[in-house]
Design a protein around this ligand. Structure first.
Ligand SMILES: *Cc1c(COP(=O)(O)O)cnc(C)c1O
Length: 404
């Protein structure tokens, strides 16, 4: 189904509420949810043409759905890319990207601070199929540069990272990638297009977990790859069609509606996160706060330049402790004392969510890998939602003020 015809030059905020496929004959104002796995064909001849790719039109749910296309078109418009391919989750987006672009003998460079499952998927699972990889420190540009080899096809960065908010210089990474004839992919989960558009800095692929801020209310799992038409149509589409990592229409519809408020939510939640981060820095039980929006953050200037002057909505903090065992007990004490905020390993929700990375998202990494990523037992991650600032502080204080 064709794109809705809109005038040229509309702003991302407008496209976020307007870009979609054409309305049906009923003229619905809110985009329709097409829950169907198959499509009735008008004639055998037309069906044959559609299967041959010579006529536009849907045939089967694994190959396309108008609701999913609305979401893809909207997200592409917001990211400033020609096209987008939705997937069933963020990890399946990474799976699709790697499956589409890599073969045995190819090499990937990615950061040690990336999402735990990303490190496992590329560093371990794809290694079984002969894909080589080098893991580098997130912020060390020289390490990225020297890791590149003649067989390097892909540099994959996440900025800011989970859970420490480490930022990397996307323009510099794009230059390193392109000099080596490789592609730069950026996991834009934490910043979202409301704060940064990686293609503006030269990235070739923008990867999303739609499960996070794109949905924004913690309802569905989703993922996406935003890129050029050439990459999406020639590389991702054939693999997607045959592998079935497709996004369900219902989940696509939820994300589609979530995108309408993304800009507002990211601004409000980032502003709140900054207030919480500044307050946490003053708390005697807190050793250190990690948040790109704080002046104390090592890449604060770069983050502000790349992220539209905002730090995002995720921060982490270390509780003060003498040793790892005590640190773990103290972090657990803070989490167990919560009465309002959720103990929940997710982020990107209007509800504030807290978790203990060392025993959850990064629990399957070896202690050495965790140390390298700087994730100690006393670290608590807080994804700030939309509650009142005073209630957030009071809930955190329940545990923090009783630490001994
Ligand atoms: C959650 C997350 C993913 C994985 O997405 P899923 O939708 O959970 O599969 C990848 N990268 C980052 C940064 C994430 O936070």
């Amino acid at each position: 189904m064709a794109q809705r015809k809109l005038p040229e030059g509309l702003h991302p905020q407008t496209l976020a509420v307007r870009q979609a496929v054409q309305r049906s004959q009923y003229g619905e104002n809110s985009e329709a949810l097409y829950l169907t796995s198959g499509y009735v064909q008008s004639s055998a001849e037309s069906q044959a043409l559609r299967f041959a790719g010579e006529e536009e039109g849907d045939t089967y749910g694994r190959s396309g759905n108008p609701t999913v296309r609305s979401m893809e078109q909207r997200l592409a418009a917001m990211e400033g890319t020609q096209a987008c391919m939705a997937t069933s989750s963020g990890m399946s987006a990474i799976m699709l990207m790697c499956f589409s672009l890599l073969k045995a003998g190819d090499h990937v460079v990615f950061s040690q601070s990336m999402f735990g499952s990303t490190i496992k998927l590329i560093g371990s699972e794809f290694a079984r199929f002969g894909v080589e990889s080098t893991i580098v420190p997130q912020t060390d540009l020289d390490a990225w540069r020297t890791a590149v080899r003649p067989n390097t096809r892909l540099l994959f960065a996440e900025t800011p990272t989970n859970p420490l908010g480490e930022v990397c210089d996307m323009a510099a990474l794009a230059e390193i990638a392109h000099q080596a004839n490789a592609l730069l992919a950026v996991d834009n989960c934490f910043a979202t297009p409301a704060l940064q558009r990686p293609v503006d800095y030269g990235a070739d692929i923008v990867m999303h977990s739609g499960t996070k801020y794109l949905d924004g209310q913690g309802r569905v799992m989703a993922g996406a790859l935003c890129a050029s038409e050439q990459l999406v149509i020639e590389k991702f589409l054939p693999v997607q069609k045959n592998s079935g990592m497709v996004l369900s229409p219902f989940n696509a519809w939820v994300v589609l509606k979530g995108l309408e408020t993304l800009d507002l939510r990211m601004r409000a939640q980032s502003a709140l996160a900054l207030q919480v981060a500044q307050w946490l820095e003053q708390q005697p039980a807190v050793a250190r706060v990690y948040y790109p929006g704080l002046a104390s953050h090592p890449q604060h200037a770069l983050a502000m330049r790349q992220m539209n002057g905002l730090g995002g909505a995720v921060l982490s903090f270390d509780v003060k402790a003498g040793n790892p065992e005590q640190a773990r007990a103290r972090a657990f004490h803070v989490l167990d004392a919560l009465q309002v905020l959720s103990l929940c390993t997710n982020l990107g929700d209007t509800k504030s969510l807290l978790t203990h990375p060392a025993s959850t998202s990064h629990g399957k990494l070896s202690e050495a890998q965790r140390q390298a990523a700087g994730i100690g037992q006393g670290l608590v991650r807080l994804a700030v939602g939309l509650e009142h600032i005073d209630d957030i502080k009071a809930d955190l204080l329940r545990g923090l003020s009783t630490l001994t």
